[in-house]
Design a protein around this ligand. Sequence first.
Ligand SMILES: [Zn+2]
Ligand SMILES: [Zn+2]
Length: 258
Amino acid sequence: MWLAIPLSALAMTLIVGVRYLIVSGAFAWATRARHPGLYTGLDAQMRREIAWSLASAAIYGIPAGIVAWGWQNHGWTRIYTDASGYPLWYLPLSVLLYLFAHDTWFYWTHRWMHRPGPFRLAHAVHHASRPPTAWAAMSFHPIEALTGAVVIPALAFVIPIHVAALGVVLAIMTVMGVTNHMGWEVFPRAMWRGPLGAWLITASHHQKHHDQYGCNYGLYFRFWDRVCGTDEGLGDFTRSHAAAARRAAAGRVADRVA
Ligand SMILES: [Zn+2]
Ligand SMILES: [Zn+2]
């Protein structure tokens, strides 16, 4: 048993790390195809983003691995595998409950991390990406990574969820973490500009947080930002795209001179 727990933690760390590399890598590749040159000149920053993110993968993997071991061996948590264990309508509801609980935890810890002390100590790492890229999804100081890593394992003890619905939650968490940072909108304009976008967070919303700091703290939903008056609406990518074009042009001039 004393070997099984570290092995489970190690396996989970590898899963989280590889998942990060695949999903961030796929969206970084999509960025190159869709907006060539957007990440030009950001190589050093992207290397830092990847290093912090892989460290975060271990911090996320350890509690998840311990809980997964307890689930398998001792029936810990309220994760169930028999789809008839709860009514079918509970499947989507459980996904929403997890997302809302995670969003609530994130909003308040994120706001706290914007106080001067915690910001200097931890959250400055995430904001060192200016502008963030698809690799910044898990670019957190270990203290911040720890606050994020405990949420889903803790919720698993409280809110019943089918193992497949949990997979959906983790997939949404991963994809939104990447797309919210990649510097352009992957979702159709009608979605994020429309009524749905008034409540859901996509890249245009989180971009403004990275631009202005003191607003748009949410993760998936604009609910808490709206309730607390911290929602400053959607940002736009005109400036960051123009800056990328200038970096690319300067790079071409430097190449010609060399
Ligand atoms: Zn961010
Ligand atoms: Zn922040």
